[in-house]
Design a protein around this ligand. Structure first.
Ligand SMILES: Cc1ncc(COP(=O)(O)O)c(C=O)c1O
Length: 432
């Protein structure tokens, strides 16, 4: 029996029990006993199809990047309406690959060392760190107090002759003001990059985020809308941009490029397998991650829908508390996809954020700050403070921001419990 037939047989033998196991998990997934079960920030979103596909790769021993990764890239790019995508091993790597590709010798336009790149202060650390890694200067700019995303007016204030790009982030799944940011970039000849790590399927006027800028980047870490365990993707509406990024993803070699043979022919003295055309990284994903991605695609819209329904209920249930909480607004034309459910404890509320989150945590509702808050406050980025703009809203997010879970395993029972606990906190704790 050859290996392939053997693999098929083993897969057939184990697929029954694996499907049965996940059916049981799914059956219990919607159950929730208030006060007993925790409401976690995220929940596993994979099942038998992902595990069997991954197992197929493991049994075949084709475990390094291959056809499943390439197929996932195509499917994800198609879903977004992008020209193509390049899968990498994390969202952080996706940002680094996008930025480093713009430093390629032949890139047009090209980022130069010392160029300034405008980015929100209120985001995740690795939206910013890769800018420093490529020798450019992040200029931290404040957010809009309604959307918690880059404030286009404040972006304009920070543009200088050194500004080369804007890194927009769709914080917690809420699309940034892309039309305004695109206009600013067009007017000043700036490159727009979108960090969509938290915003799978978010859109503005029907166009998916990640397709507005030169590059869009995504994360498929476990906690995100869909997951490949760890993983990320760089996408672009210009297929050539993704071609340029291929050597950066893997060692600097042209092997995966469409015109690799042509390039190799230019260097006849080299063994084409070990020819390096750009200073590259190695941030390739594995085929197991590709296997997960393929089946996660079938779940994405359903998962987003569930998050949006949860958010709609929470918006309604918590609408009476706008005197003590500030909520994140969905813009006209924007489709928010809710990486969690965020709010800010208002300045002047009769309790602190820590009292509020402490109460929620005691009641089994996990909470987190809104990502890095104001990154300029963190030791890693203290050197950016001097050049940063006024960061009033980012500081508010830093001091008063909180989010709790909103994911596909949550339903009306969970959202009602959250609202009950918040009501309890406000009546019992605050009035005592
Ligand atoms: C906005 C943003 N950018 C980048 C990342 C990094 O993604 P990863 O954890 O896959 O490296 C994250 C992580 O959640 C993020 O929220």
């Amino acid at each position: 029996m050859d290996n392939q037939k053997g693999n098929k047989k083993v897969l057939e033998q184990v697929s029954g029990p694996i499907k049965e196991y996940f059916e049981k998990v799914e059956d219990g997934a919607g159950e929730f006993t208030p006060g007993e079960d925790k409401i976690r920030l995220n929940a596993p979103g994979y099942g038998a199809p992902e595990v069997l596909e991954a197992l197929e790769s493991l049994l075949s021993t084709w475990v390094t990047m291959g056809e499943k990764v390439y197929e996932f890239e195509n499917q994800f790019a198609d879903y977004l309406g992008a020209a193509s995508g390049l899968m990498v091993n994390s969202g952080s790597s996706a940002n680094l690959v996008a930025l480093k590709t713009l430093r390629n010798a032949t890139s047009e336009p090209k980022l130069e060392p010392g160029d300034e790149i405008i980015a929100p202060a209120a985001t995740w650390s690795t939206s910013i760190a890769p800018i420093m890694d490529i020798g450019c200067m992040p200029v931290l700019v404040d957010s809009d107090s309604d959307t918690f995303n880059l404030d286009p007016e404040k972006v304009k204030d920070e543009i200088t002759s050194d500004t080369a790009a804007v890194m927009a982030v769709h914080l917690l799944g809420n699309p940034a003001d892309l039309h305004a940011l695109q206009d600013i970039c067009d007017a000043h000849n700036l490159i727009l990059i979108e960090d969509c790590a938290e915003a799978h399927g978010a859109s503005m006027d029907g166009q998916k985020v990640g397709t507005f800028g030169t590059y869009g980047t995504y994360s498929f870490f476990f906690a995100h809308h869909i997951s490949t365990i760890e993983g990320g993707m760089v996408v672009s509406s210009d297929a050539d941009r993704i071609e340029d990024a291929k050597p950066v993803r893997a060692h600097g070699w042209p092997r995966e490029m469409d015109n690799s043979e042509e390039i190799a022919a230019e260097y006849p003295d080299f063994d084409e397998r070990y020819l390096f055309i750009e200073p590259g990284l190695n941030v390739r994903p594995t085929e197991v991650q590709g296997a997960f991605g393929l089946h996660q695609m079938n779940r994405l819209e359903d998962y987003i829908q569930r998050r949006r329904e949860n958010a709609e209920r929470l918006n309604e249930l918590l609408s009476g508390y706008s005197d003590v909480f500030r909520f994140q607004d969905e813009q006209d034309g924007g489709r928010h996809v809710y990486y969690g459910y965020p709010l800010l404890v208002r300045d002047g509320a009769p309790f602190t954020r820590e009292q509020f989150t402490g109460y929620l945590e005691d009641q089994g509702i996990e909470t987190r700050p809104i990502m890095g808050g104001n990154l300029a406050e963190h030791p890693a980025f203290s050197e950016l403070r001097e050049r940063a703009g006024d960061l009033e809203t980012a500081q508010d997010i830093h001091e008063r921001g909180v989010f709790f879970g909103n994911h596909h395993r949550m339903n009306q029972k969970h959202t009602s419990h959250i609202a009950d606990v918040i009501e309890e906190f406000l009546t019992e704790v605050v009035s005592s």
